[in-house]
Write a protein that binds this ligand. Structure first.
Ligand SMILES: *[C@@H]1O[C@H](CO)[C@@H](O)[C@H](O)[C@H]1NC(C)=O
Ligand SMILES: *[C@@H]1O[C@H](CO)[C@@H](O)[C@H](O)[C@H]1NC(C)=O
Length: 403
């Protein structure tokens, strides 16, 4: 067992180590079937991304390929941008035609907006002797967010996951010389550009930023539960590993861990959140475990057991105690009152009459069930009622918080 977990950690270390020298260059083109009146959304957009950061940009309103990094602007000559602008303009036309062809094939009309997207690029890693090795190439089209057609680099064939793409696949595979060109682009030309860009932007690209890690909890939708969240933000590059650990054991999707994945901040850094719902009274140890290439060892942040927007667990305990005391006092009071009233021979006064006609107008003694029974049962089984009982200790808690 010990050996197994040791091997596991060695393997993890290897993966993390290996990721350290990975670099990627991708181009993403997005075309809408018709313009939408939304700020920042254009009928056609194209951009280059290197290691998940924008290096260039074009859209159907700007009509120019423009640099997005200082070193791109500085190192690449004007004719790189002029040729790039021409190339993007012709791609814009290609997309306009093809999004319409796809809409027809999908039997979609012009009522809704449809989206055709193309992504191509390559990923490489750096060997110990400094040479670059091709890892994988990407060339894929998607329609309305679903895969439509993708290039399998190993076999130099197009893969069609949907029926409507079969026709295109057959047509494109029919011109093998174009498939050879695509393979060559991904494995050679793309890698050459990536290496070139890396040497240009070396200083800035090596700038990494470590994550800041937070653990906090907020009231969950489900009564009596909190949503525990681990958040890491401000890191670059994008690759990160995050776990929520309960008593040292990582929780998984099966335990209800939820995440939207890695998201961009607006300063070229990234953030990730993972959260899980747990009972408010849970006293297990929870911690956030984050690994990033900027860290020599994983950063661990323990959850302090507090919930930002619900009464603290201390408050609940005090609340329950005070609640019980109040109920016991009430019972005594009622029993005393009832005895007195019975001794007087008159009808008992019902303290629960505002709860409805539990007792109706009958003469049956009510306190055994209504007066004394109900509040106790409520406290034990109906948390909402129990919380109302806690109204008193909440004030004590507020005082505590200001000290
Ligand atoms: C367009 O498609 C939508 C959804 O498929 C349909 O409800 C609508 O009637 C269609 N409109 C026309 C003009 O065909
Ligand atoms: C660098 O190392 C790789 C294997 O690790 C090898 O295939 C390649 O030929 C080496 N290149 C040089 C220039 O030594």
């Amino acid at each position: 067992m010990y050996k197994l977990s040791f091997l596991f950690f060695v393997a993890m270390g290897y993966i993390v180590q290996n990721q350290c020298e990975r670099y990627s260059l991708n181009y993403i083109y997005t075309a809408l079937s018709k313009p939408v009146e939304l700020p920042g959304i254009h009928e056609f957009t194209a951009m280059g991304l290197m290691n998940d950061r924008q290096i260039d940009y074009y859209d159907s309103d700007v009509k120019q390929k423009i640099p997005k990094q200082g070193w791109m602007k500085e190192k690449l000559p004007p004719d790189y941008w002029e040729k790039g602008t021409q190339s993007r303009k012709s791609k814009e036309q290609w997309f306009k035609v093809n999004v319409n062809i796809l809409m027809e094939r999908m039997r979609h009309n012009n009522t809704d907006v449809h989206i055709l997207q193309w992504k191509h690029g390559c990923e490489i890693d750096e060997q110990n002797n400094g040479t670059m090795r091709f890892i994988k190439g990407t060339d894929q089209y998607s329609y309305d967010g679903d895969d439509f057609l993708s290039f399998d680099d190993a076999t130099s064939q197009w893969v069609a996951p949907v029926d409507q793409a079969q026709l295109t696949k057959r047509k494109w595979d029919g011109v093998q010389i174009l498939n050879q060109y695509t393979k060559g682009y991904l494995e050679k030309e793309c890698v050459d550009w990536l290496s070139k860009f890396m040497s240009y932007g070396e200083q800035e690209l090596k700038k990494a930023s470590p994550p800041k890690v937070y653990a906090f909890a907020k009231k969950a939708r489900t009564e009596g539960h909190v949503r525990l969240t681990c958040m890491a933000t401000g890191f670059y590059p994008k690759d990160v590993e995050m776990q929520i650990r309960k008593n040292g054991v990582p929780l998984t999707k099966d335990d209800g861990v939820h995440s939207e994945g890695v998201l961009p901040n607006n300063d070229e850094t990234y953030q990730i959140r993972k959260s899980v719902q747990i009972p408010e009274a849970d006293t297990n140890d929870y911690e956030c475990h984050v690994d990033h290439r900027t860290l020599t060892e994983p950063q661990v942040v323990k959850w302090d057991g507090k919930c930002c927007d619900c009464s603290s667990s201390k408050g609940v305990i005090i609340g329950s105690i005070v609640g019980v005391v109040v109920v016991v006092l009430l019972i005594i009071l009622i029993v005393v009152l009832w005895k007195r009233l019975r001794d007087n021979g008159s009808r008992p006064w019902s303290p629960v009459s505002q709860n409805g006609n539990i007792n109706g107008g009958t003469n049956t003694p009510v306190y055994a069930n209504g007066g004394t029974g109900t509040p106790v049962v409520l406290l034990l089984t109906r948390p909402r009622q129990a919380q109302e009982v806690q109204a008193i200790p909440l004030r004590a808690q507020a005082v505590e918080a200001t000290q």
